[in-house]
Ligand binder design. Structure first.
Ligand code: MSP
Length: 653
């Protein structure tokens, strides 16, 4: 965030209490939490607001259906949101409820100010209202003259006395605001949508209702008790009443908001009505309104009737809260729609988190343990690895603007570059070779480099994965806070000499989906069919029917290889890490699951048969660029080797 910002007021939408929290709510809240945590870490005075939206016809009807009093019903559902955020350790500073007395007073005050300055007048409203969206629609926008253009549900014809807000007066002022503030609405494509909508002309907005009760009453001096305020006027005002607007103004110096996080479905309310209300109140405009996309599940819209709504608590319990947070923020470019699938989540956990991050820490613990009794000393890192450090800092420098530009997936992508520098450095400089050659100082410096990279990445990943990064920091004997952020990310400081704390593996591999799948009927049929076909082809293999032509056989490149280096993969019971000369410029690295039968010494300087054109794979974080042929029966495993020594690289076939 550019240094001109001294504080960061960050908000989520306030959630309707007619439903329990789902993945969409969790997504907005987690993004806001990430921004708030980053702001705090970077030393800004941060205020993070979330809460519940409890008035309106929709809530009144939902309570009635359940035979509960509206207030009791709102209390109950509001608490489910608050409990979930507490369980998720969401770092909100205030949880506002639109039924809070202070909030209601603030809304009445705002109504008075807008009324006094001539922006509100009384008339009759005749038109269509969608209760589900709590929105008025002109007849021209309805589908088939009756249905809501947003959610498709039938609208209700409303004809009643109403107070109106002179939205039409604000058309030009709004257009000027969008024009002068190119990043007031993010992503920018959404700003263009809003501009087009406003250019199409704005109607005055009905801001009170008389046909139900559940809402904020008008200020008493208007003496019009049958009206309650339109739920969106009431709800939007929460962003300032939470700071004391209309009551004690206690925190109004935090206004304007640094960012209002919302979903794309409520952009119009935030990008048109809200700024117009603020202009009328004489308050400054928010800096950014950032609209994210919509989450689907396995490619389908989520709905209660389909039974495919993703419960964020279930996902977090099964896969880990921080993993879930990482997945949501990394998987989808902000503003785009996202699809929740367990497969995608598992891939992210095993690959990005397990292989690239978790395994790097394991490698550091392994190296330090094996050669230096767990000690890490950074004194000579710059002497040997300045280039790598420069590369790491070049990436770190790019991060902050990406975050507040809402390019969070790119932030995480860029943050993985230093990890790649670290993993590559181990492969390139090979601590085991350095030790063998007596270059102990250089090996320790490599250790220090890896620890430095891990510590810097942990700081910048902390806002997204707070619990995991705090554990990494514990292992590396430092604390993530404004000091470490200033010295190690903004500055180039490295860790002090320390001894590594051993910690539990951070990302145990996930082998299969951990939650019951809510597959749609046609998908189920497709999966069954696929299973049947797989079974069929397996049995034909057993019967020897799956014959291949010689051309197919020759698509496999088999070569004689010589093992020139062999060692154990730290922490693995099964894997050896081999460097195999197959007649190319450099030996190939092969990770082989043979440790139960062969030690590293057994394999060194022996010949093997290598499948040389397999796609590289990663095992426990190590790249494997080939496979060794072996035969295994109940007595164990043996390598397939040339009968007589052959030149490395000799083709087999
Ligand atoms: N109460 C209003 C907001 C008032 S803010 C002054 C409201 N509440 S809501 O509970 O219906 O929705 C809250 C947020 O959840 C919205 O930002 C909406 O975009 C988001 N989502 C609801 N379903 C969603 C998905 N399936 N995917 C992503 N976000 C979704 O609107």
């Amino acid at each position: 965030m550019p240094s001109c910002h001294k504080n960061a007021y960050i908000t989520t939408p306030i959630y309707y209490v007619n439903d329990i929290a789902h993945i969409g709510h969790a997504y907005t809240t987690i993004i806001a939490d990430t921004l708030a945590r980053y702001s705090r870490m970077s030393g800004l005075e941060t205020y993070f607001l979330t809460g519940t939206d409890e008035h309106g016809q929709k809530i009144e009807e939902a309570a009635k259906k359940r035979g509960e009093s509206t207030q009791a019903y709102a209390d109950k559902i509001s608490a489910t949101f608050k409990n979930l955020w507490d369980e998720f350790d969401i770092s909100y500073d205030k949880f506002i409820r639109t039924t809070d007395a202070d909030h209601m007073k603030g809304v009445q005050k705002a109504f008075t100010v807008m009324h006094d300055n001539g922006d509100i007048y009384k008339d009759r409203y005749k038109g269509h209202y969608c209760i589900s969206c709590e929105t008025f629609f002109p007849e021209t926008q309805l589908v088939d003259g009756e249905f809501c253009p947003e959610c498709g549900k039938p609208t209700t014809i409303v004809e009643e006395e109403s107070y109106f807000f002179k939205l039409s007066d604000y058309q030009d002022k709004l257009l000027a605001w969008y024009e002068e503030n190119p990043d007031c609405i993010l992503p920018k494509s959404k700003r263009n949508e809003v501009i087009r909508f406003v250019e199409g002309g704005l109607h005055d907005l009905s801001i009170t209702r008389t046909s139900f009760d559940w809402g904020v009453k008008l200020p008493e001096n208007l003496n019009d008790p049958k009206h309650v305020m339109y739920v969106w006027l009431d709800a939007l005002m929460n962003y300032v009443t939470a700071l004391g607007y209309g009551t004690d103004d206690a925190k109004m110096d935090l206004w304007p908001a640094r960012v209002h996080l919302i979903g794309k479905d409520i952009l119009r309310f935030h990008a048109i009505y809200w700024p117009a209300f603020l202009m009328s109140l004489g308050l400054p405009m928010p800096k950014h309104i950032a609209a994210h996309g919509w989450w689907t599940r396995d490619g389908e819209k989520m709905s209660k009737s389909k039974g495919n709504v993703v419960d964020p608590r279930e996902v977090a319990n099964a896969y880990g809260l921080d993993n879930f947070r990482y997945f949501m923020l990394r998987e989808v470019p902000f503003g785009g729609d996202g699809d929740f699938s367990q497969k995608a989540l598992i891939d992210r956990i095993n690959s990005d988190l397990g292989n690239d991050l978790g395994n790097l820490l394991n490698r550091l613990i392994g190296m330090s343990g094996k050669y230096f009794e767990g000690r890490v000393d950074s004194s000579n890192v710059a002497k040997y690895y300045q280039t790598e450090l420069d590369e790491v800092h070049a990436s770190l420098d790019k991060l902050e603007p990406l975050l507040f530009d809402m390019q969070i997936h790119r932030y995480l992508e860029e943050l993985w570059r230093p990890l790649s520098v670290a993993n590559k450095s181990i492969d390139k400089y090979q601590p085991w070779t350095l030790m063998k050659e007596g270059k102990e100082e250089e090996a320790m410096a490599l250790n220090g480099l890896i620890a430095a990279i891990l510590s810097k990445v942990a700081i910048m990943l902390y806002p997204v994965m707070p619990a995991v990064c705090s554990k990494i920091a514990t292992a590396l004997n430092f604390t993530i806070d404004n000091d470490s952020w200033s010295s190690m990310v903004k500055g180039t400081a490295l860790l002090e000499t320390f001894t590594l704390e051993k910690i539990e593996p951070l990302f145990p591999r996930v082998e299969e989906p951990l939650l019951a799948q809510a597959e749609p009927a046609d998908k189920k049929a497709a999966v069954k069919k696929e299973a049947k076909e797989t079974k069929k082809s397996d049995s034909s293999k057993e019967e020897g029917v799956a014959l291949i032509g010689i051309d197919q056989f020759f698509q496999t490149s088999l070569k004689v290889g010589t093992v020139v280096q062999a060692e154990e993969v730290p922490k693995s019971k099964k894997l050896l890490l081999l460097q195999v000369d197959v007649g190319e410029d450099e030996p190939r690295q092969v990770v082989a699951g043979i440790k139960e039968w062969y030690s590293a010494d057994d394999m060194l300087n022996t010949q093997v048969c290598v499948v040389a054109n397999l796609k590289p794979a990663k095992l426990m974080g190590y790249k494997s660029e080939g496979m060794l042929l072996a035969a295994k029966d109940e007595n164990g495993l043996c390598m397939i080797r040339p009968e007589k020594p052959k030149t490395a690289g000799t083709p087999i076939g």
